[in-house]
Design a binder for this molecule. Sequence first.
Ligand SMILES: Cc1cc2nc3c(=O)[nH]c(=O)nc-3n(C[C@H](O)[C@H](O)[C@H](O)COP(=O)(O)OP(=O)(O)OC[C@H]3O[C@@H](n4cnc5c(N)ncnc54)[C@H](O)[C@@H]3O)c2cc1C
Length: 435
Amino acid sequence: MNLQSNSSSVVIVGSGAAALYCALNLRDDVNVTIITEKTCTDCNSYLAQGGIATARNKEDIPAHISDTLKAGQYKNSVEAVEILVNESRENIENLLKLGVDLDKENNHLLYTKEAAHSINRIVHHKDTTGKAVVDGLLAKVKSKKNITIEENASLVDLLVENNQCHGVVYYKDNNYIKLTAKDVVLATGGIGGLFKHSTNFRHIKGIGLYLSLKHDIKLHDTEYIQFHPTAFYDESNDGRCFLISESLRGEGAVITNLEGDRFVDELLPRDVVTKEILKEMHRTNSNHVLLDISHKDSEYIKNRFPSIYSNCLEKGYDLCSGPIPIAPAQHYFMGGIAVNLNSKSSMDNLYIVGEASCTGVHGANRLASNSLLEALVFSRRAAKEINTLIDDIKLTEISYEGNLDIDTVKKDSLTTLIKYFSSKGDFIKNELVNY
Ligand SMILES: Cc1cc2nc3c(=O)[nH]c(=O)nc-3n(C[C@H](O)[C@H](O)[C@H](O)COP(=O)(O)OP(=O)(O)OC[C@H]3O[C@@H](n4cnc5c(N)ncnc54)[C@H](O)[C@@H]3O)c2cc1C
């Protein structure tokens, strides 16, 4: 197969919040190529409902840090958590400057509460925050002359020599392209596509993780996989489960068994609520439980959760008039490719941002709405370091002798990762797709 050659100062793989925000924080004189598997909006960032966590003000910083550490069962990197929270405010302000539309009243940001947060500190755009973030950032990216976007482009491999990354190989329109770059940023997201039931897009399958295993790039905390307690339970489900945001519980929704009895405090951390639901499902021999917010005013529900309301209605359930069926589903990967506080991996010139990375901020369990925040804070830190160091890096084209068959690469990636995660315990093993 013919391999075409091209070059770019920086290549970013992925088009979620981490990728787009990283691109926008790079210098205007650095040319950037974004390559992404499908269209730019086919990313988990686009699906985010609840919002983005941020310290409300200086006084709230210790409490946000403490909530994050508590939810993470104190397995977090304290240094990374401090950065996350200390830099939260400035990044939300940057988002607003970049044109992202967040809900306000009288020109002041509105804050909601989600599980395990001690106060209301989640900024949002109704229940479609991710769409507002991606739409806002994408419009800005498209207006920049130094950024090129390649959609429908699948990552095949990294160009590696002596533990240094010199670019990527990708597949697009029946062609394989060798894209030489000074720095590579992987923003390829989580691992939901490896699981039978996940709230993630099915094509997000941990390609970054696979390539890290292939090239001996360090990983961290890969046993920490989050199952969201409240995904819509749908027997005809084809794999991607519709998420019922935590913010419904933050606004008073209750979880009951099929008899209507409450059995868990809805605002405990995700892993605790998930375990209690699974126990109750086991005890009552049922494949789902119920979530009910119908005691709230109908107009309020429709206005605050328009997307969840209409999605449930399409599935035959009216949030305003009764409970909906829910069950836990894989949702988020706390572990990932190990990075330092500027998002650099163990390989030279290779940065990992967003869910693909493991900065250590989430510990064993992510606090709600801290992941978009992590994507922003640490992708900006990556961009800042790249801006400082890139002029001293020489663009070096190396040869590529690897496999040039996208189907074989995808198959190998899937079998490698299924085998890898099968060793992480029986619960995870049983939840993985059969392959
Ligand atoms: C339903 C849902 C609701 C959520 N709600 C919230 C919330 O309210 N608040 C919050 O903080 N977090 C939320 N999260 C988590 C959060 O959205 C994600 O963790 C975060 O958006 C990840 O951003 P990212 O940029 O790292 O990756 P993503 O946005 O997932 O982007 C990954 C990108 O990589 C691309 N890619 C993948 N594989 C390849 C390949 N082989 N070749 C080329 N490109 C590839 C994808 O196409 C995609 O563009 C939610 C997640 C889901 C699924």
